[in-house]
Design a protein around this ligand. Structure first.
Ligand SMILES: Cc1ncc(COP(=O)(O)O)c(C=O)c1O
Length: 367
């Protein structure tokens, strides 16, 4: 039987190409500072841990739609944190991590071969993976003007952006939403860094100023990995157009991917508690200030980076040279080309390391 492994239809997993830079950085006498991935390092808040263990003895299957407590906490957190009132908890669907959700969303929403999925010019790699798993083509474009005659069925937005930290303003978001609606195109807005605005206040695609209070064709994807340090738990949700959420729910009732009950309980506690989230944000703010000053003092230019967990920095040279320069100082960063061809002169430097490691990196960079 001839079989083409699915992985062969996907791009190379880019992180494998960082092995040499990583071993060089690891050889630093005072150890590596790994700023190449956005993985949280600060502990999970006690209030979340105890919610997790509070249901550790429950044996039954969780429902696909999740507990009402989870969905209500999600809807209320959207109102408290981002000013989006009136979300119906029925239009919230829990997800085992948003990477998983994004990778399967095009397939679950019937995107198919012959369709085009539009993703940002510089993008988190899983949007492309999701489109390819559905058999669709990918077009990188940051404005609707750059989109040609293709049959577009879905468009991914990501503000604040990974990797650039760029924030799309209300006008930009509204234009995309209007354009997509006129054509019946689904807009998926990945908002996992929405709570991490530094120089500007990011806005959700569900904000009335963007969508006029009409959620038709819109989905917002929210992760608890970054703002609540829950990457290891795998927790997030999708919210928006009740019909699209209903479609996702109907498929997942068959296909599974239910969120484990203890994780739902933990996520519910996380969404109900703004204190730990604000504390975590302040940690990142401090780390960002230190790193930003260091890279600027070493002659880097930092573009965008007004929100989110990364500095998008350049020395106006090929990104692999900058990765090497940093690795020689025991620091690992991600080359911008991982995120799209136009990133080939930038590196992405994550703010997700302990205070001690961030201080160490800053010293090494400015020395
Ligand atoms: C833009 C973006 N979306 C989604 C994710 C996935 O987050 P998770 O799967 O942990 O919810 C990440 C993680 O780095 C990300 O940067």
């Amino acid at each position: 039987m001839h079989r083409t492994p699915v992985a062969q239809t996907l791009p190379d997993f880019p992180w494998d190409s960082l092995a040499d830079a990583k071993s060089l950085a690891q050889s630093h006498p005072d150890g590596i500072v790994d700023l190449s991935v956005g993985t949280p390092v600060d502990p999970v808040a006690p209030v979340i841990q105890s919610a997790l263990s509070s249901v550790a003895s429950v044996p039954g299957y969780p429902t696909t739609h999740g507990t009402i407590e989870f969905r209500e906490a999600a809807a209320k957190s959207m109102e408290r944190r981002y000013g989006i009132a009136g979300i119906d908890p029925a239009a919230v669907l829990p997800a085992i991590g948003t990477k998983e959700m994004i990778a399967w969303l095009p397939r679950l929403l019937a995107v198919q071969a012959g369709d085009t999925v539009v993703i940002p010019e510089l993008a988190y790699p899983t949007y492309e993976v999701g489109a390819l798993l559905a058999g669709a083509s990918v077009l990188r474009a940051d404005s609707t003007v750059a989109i040609g005659p293709q049959r577009v069925s879905m468009i991914f937005l990501n503000s604040p952006s990974n990797p650039t930290g760029r924030v799309l303003g209300v006008d930009h978001l509204r234009k995309v939403v209007d354009w997509a609606r006129e054509r019946g195109i689904i807009v998926v807005s990945d908002e996992c860094y929405l709570g991490l605005g530094w120089d500007t206040q990011p806005v959700s695609v569900l904000d009335p100023a963007v969508c006029g209070g009409n959620l038709d064709g819109l989905l917002a994807v929210h992760s608890l990995s970054k703002t609540s340090n829950l990457a290891s738990y795998r927790a997030g949700f999708v919210v928006g157009d009740p019909e699209l959420v209903g479609d996702l729910l109907a498929v997942r009732k068959h296909a599974g991917m239910m969120v484990p009950l203890p994780i739902q309980a933990a996520a519910t506690a996380a969404m109900a508690n703004d204190e730990h989230e604000a504390e975590q944000k302040e940690r990142y703010r401090r780390r960002r200030t230190i790193l930003l000053e260091a890279v600027r003092s070493a002659g880097f230019t930092v573009d965008y980076s007004e929100a989110g967990l990364y500095l998008w920095a350049t020395r106006d040279e090929p990104c692999r040279d900058t990765v090497q320069w940093l690795a020689e100082r025991g620091i690992l960063a991600a080359p911008g080309e991982f995120y799209g061809p136009t990133g080939n002169k930038h590196v992405r430097i994550a703010l997700t390391a302990s205070d001690e490691r961030i201080n160490t990196a800053a010293h090494r960079i400015s020395a």
